[in-house]
Design a protein around this ligand. Structure first.
Ligand code: GCO
Ligand code: MG
Length: 409
């Protein structure tokens, strides 16, 4: 059999998603997630203008060869647009192969290494009480791990904090509809944040005890020495991880943080190849790999990256916010179930409209996900339902310091 059709679907059931559909000559369909938050149309163009015609007539079983063809063939390598496009092709081909085998994908990756996938939820609140309320809600649902983000007095709306009412919520969405064609802007002050956060962790430990796994995302906003001080200050609160404390592209920044603290570190949601991790992994500067399957070249590349990390005692913490579509999420879950060095999986459930457009077979039970037993990835895009939601330009906010200087978002 060969690849007969390659189609790119763009839909916006509450947020934008780009999905690749590959159809084989005998009618098997595979799906791949190509969503790149705020830059969706670039990946869609890369796929339909530059990749689609090169796939027609290829043997769909040759996944490794196709990956190398798309990575090495065009001369220009890496970058989020290219790697999201390659990831989508890779996921779709694995989906097809597993459907042909009549097995859920995790079986082709070596079978299950665990019975369920521990996930962490996003608990947030504009102040401590709202945050504590959200944590309580998630604990009642059975979650054993929460990422905690809270408002900082003196700063307005900041990343990771839902602006809606208190309690458990699934509506935190960082990408905002573009106003006059531009992203919205937020204000940030690292000093105020650094003075506020340790007290928040202390209260969480006091109120929720030692069992709860607490995660926190610094969103690349600290300098190396600020991050070192922060990681040291929060050691007594035993975080599961501190994520993205410094800008991702500066791998050696984490040497400084490591010299000063034993707080576990996670990084990588903006990375797109194993080379972004080369120093971090070989020097054991991190504890968790945060890549998204969707942005790091797909299942083929992620499996190699995580096997490399395993040699250094580093575990997975695959990116799973709402800008990863249910297809990308399913790809993560199959890997999570199969690999040995699984750490934790991020889980931000999609809204109802998204779950009408993408029919999923993964299940949630008391803080653990399972990809399900449907052949392939276990997610199907309903193209009719998708056609009701047109692309809507939306961007992540731009961040400025209080004096107006552009800062990392
Ligand atoms: C996370 C992330 C997200 C990102 C978003 C950007 O840890 O889940 O930081 O909230 O901001 O994925 O597109
Ligand atoms: Mg993050």
């Amino acid at each position: 059999m060969t690849i007969e059709r390659v189609d790119v679907n763009i839909t916006s059931p509450g947020r934008n998603f780009v999905t690749l559909k590959i159809t084989t000559s005998d009618g098997v369909v595979g799906w791949g997630d190509a969503t790149l938050n705020g830059r969706e149309l670039s990946v869609a163009s890369y796929l339909s203008d530059h990749i689609a015609s090169t796939l027609i007539g290829r043997d769909e079983d040759r996944i490794e060869d196709t990956w190398q063809y798309l990575y090495r063939g065009p001369y220009w390598r890496r970058g989020p647009v290219t790697m999201a496009a390659i990831a989508a092709v890779d996921m779709a081909l694995w989906d097809i192969k597993a459907k042909k085998a009549g097995m859920p994908l995790y079986q082709l990756l070596g079978g299950a290494s665990r019975s369920g996938i521990r996930v962490y939820a996003h608990a947030s609140g504009t102040d401590y009480d709202a945050l504590a309320n959200a944590i309580t809600g998630y604990r009642e649902l059975g979650y054993t791990a929460v990422r905690v983000q809270t408002g900082v007095p003196g700063l307005g709306q900041i990343y990771g904090v839902s602006a809606s009412g208190p309690g458990v919520r699934y509506d935190y969405e960082p990408a905002k509809r573009a106003e006059n064609g531009r992203p919205t802007e937020e204000t940030w002050d690292t000093r105020t944040y650094l003075n506020h956060m340790p007290g928040i962790f202390a209260r969480i430990r006091e109120d929720f005890g030692t069992d709860l796994r607490i995660l926190h995302d610094g969103h690349h906003r600290m300098t190396p020495i600020e991050a070192a001080r922060f990681a040291k200050d929060i050691e007594p609160y035993d975080l599961f991880w501190l994520e993205d404390c410094t800008p991702g592209e500066d791998q050696t920044a984490l040497r400084l943080v490591r010299q000063h603290s034993t707080t576990p570190l996670a990084i990588g949601e903006v990375f797109n190849t194993v080379f972004d991790y080369q120093t971090l992994i070989t020097e054991r500067l991190i504890d968790y790999v945060r890549s998204a399957v969707t942005h790091t070249g797909g299942i083929t590349a992620m499996k190699k990256l995580l096997d490399f990390a395993a040699i250094y005692g580093i575990k997975s913490g695959i990116h799973g916010p709402t800008d990863i579509s249910p297809v990308g999420m399913a790809a993560a879950l199959h890997l999570d179930l199969a690999i040995h060095n699984f750490g934790i999986q991020e889980y931000m459930p999609h809204n109802e409209q998204t779950l009408e457009v993408f029919q999923t077979s993964f299940t949630f039970d008391r803080g653990f996900l399972h990809p399900g037993e449907a052949p392939g990835l276990g997610v199907e895009l309903d193209e009719d339902a998708a056609s009701a939601f047109d692309y809507t330009k939306a961007y992540l906010p731009v961040n400025r310091l209080t004096d107006g200087t552009v800062h990392d978002w």
